[in-house]
Design a protein around this ligand. Structure first.
Ligand code: ISE
Length: 334
């Protein structure tokens, strides 16, 4: 069976997903590219040989010639489009975040529970990145002893938009760390504090967060959306017996003029190319078999990330430690 995919949103991520579906996803066919901007949809559709274009995402979710959907439109559309896919009985890979509102995430969870099956796989692709896979394995196999702390750096060259704020660093960028760290540690957060240093210009300063987990571990996260020098993600998991750290991903280095240098990627698409490929392959298997992939993020994980982000924004605004209070994990997501 060929899985006919509709990609909703033909921006940066939509175009990248369309490329992966067209060039790198055995068993999948790029059926529809949907965007409210018809030119943008046509451009991506032509580049990757899509069968059709459309401009109405709700109609696309219900189309008979579409088996599954990739939601890569702006963040605020993720929740309503996820609900449309559930109503239409279509499985969807939804780009992160599921929503910036934990209430909206709950509504998606309720819709899945009412339908009696999972429909939404969330695009927290870092769970498929080899570095985090190996960190989780090291912990599970006892190679580093009990986990004590995890240090995380997340640096972008520049903010995607000029109206990007410190709060958006927490709601748009940090959810990657919120999700992958709780996945690696296999625990939940109980509190978050957030701080910002002062920059000498008007650009958004880094946001530095400290989180405590239910297992009394400490997690720190630096989100620096204006790091200028490159896309740079680092992580180190500190155990009682040893530590395990992510290596910079580089195939080459240049030696010249008494020096040595390696390059940074410009953004996440190339740094996580293999993780996206693995994630999207897992999604196709989910569509084919109905079995939710073990390591992938579900609507529950989207809810958890949104809850932490909400508490993080309050911590930044109020200048104090905020508890992270979540509902008990529903049996349906166990
Ligand atoms: C963007 O939406 C992403 O998901 C990237 O992975 C992240 O690095 C960036 O900060 C976000 O804006």
């Amino acid at each position: 069976m060929t899985v006919r995919i509709a990609v909703i949103g033909a921006g940066l991520m939509g175009a990248d997903h369309a490329r992966i579906v067209a060039e790198d996803l055995p068993g999948a066919h790029l059926q529809v590219v949907c965007d409210m901007d018809a030119d943008r949809a046509c451009k991506v559709a032509d580049t990757y040989g899509a069968h059709d274009v459309d401009s109405d995402p709700d109609r696309v979710a219900a189309r008979q010639d579409v088996d599954a959907v990739i939601i890569a439109s702006p963040d605020f559309t993720h929740a309503p489009l996820s609900l449309s896919c559930i109503r239409a009985g279509k499985r969807a890979l939804c780009e992160k975040p599921l929503s910036q509102s934990s209430q909206e995430c709950l509504e998606i969870m309720q819709a899945e529970e009412a339908a009696g099956k999972k429909f939404i796989m969330l695009g927290f692709m870092r769970r498929f990145d080899q570095s985090y896979v190996e960190m989780k394995q090291a912990l599970e196999h006892g190679a580093i002893g009990r986990a004590l702390m995890m240090h995380n750096f997340h640096r972008n060259v520049a903010t995607p938009a000029s109206d990007f704020t410190g709060a958006m660093a927490i709601t748009n960028s940090a959810p990657h760390e919120f999700d992958v760290v709780r996945h690696v540690l296999d625990t939940e957060y109980v509190s978050i504090s957030a701080f910002q240093p002062k920059r000498s210009d008007s650009l958004v300063a880094p946001v530095y967060m400290v989180l405590e987990t239910a297992d009394e571990q400490l997690v720190n996260i630096e989100i620096n959306n204006n790091a200028a020098y490159g896309y740079d993600v680092r992580a180190e998991l500190v155990g009682e017996k040893a530590t395990i750290a992510m290596n910079a991903v580089n195939y080459t280095r240049i030696d010249r003029e008494l020096g040595q240098s390696t390059s940074y990627q410009a953004d996440w698409r190339s740094r996580y190319a293999e993780a996206y490929r693995r994630q999207n392959r897992a999604f196709i298997r989910f569509v084919e078999t109905g079995v939710f992939p073990n390591n992938a993020s579900s609507s529950w994980d989207g809810y958890c990330a949104a809850k932490v982000a909400e508490a993080g924004v309050r911590a930044l605004n109020d200048g104090c430690k905020i508890p992270v209070e979540m509902i008990a994990k529903p049996e349906f997501y166990a």
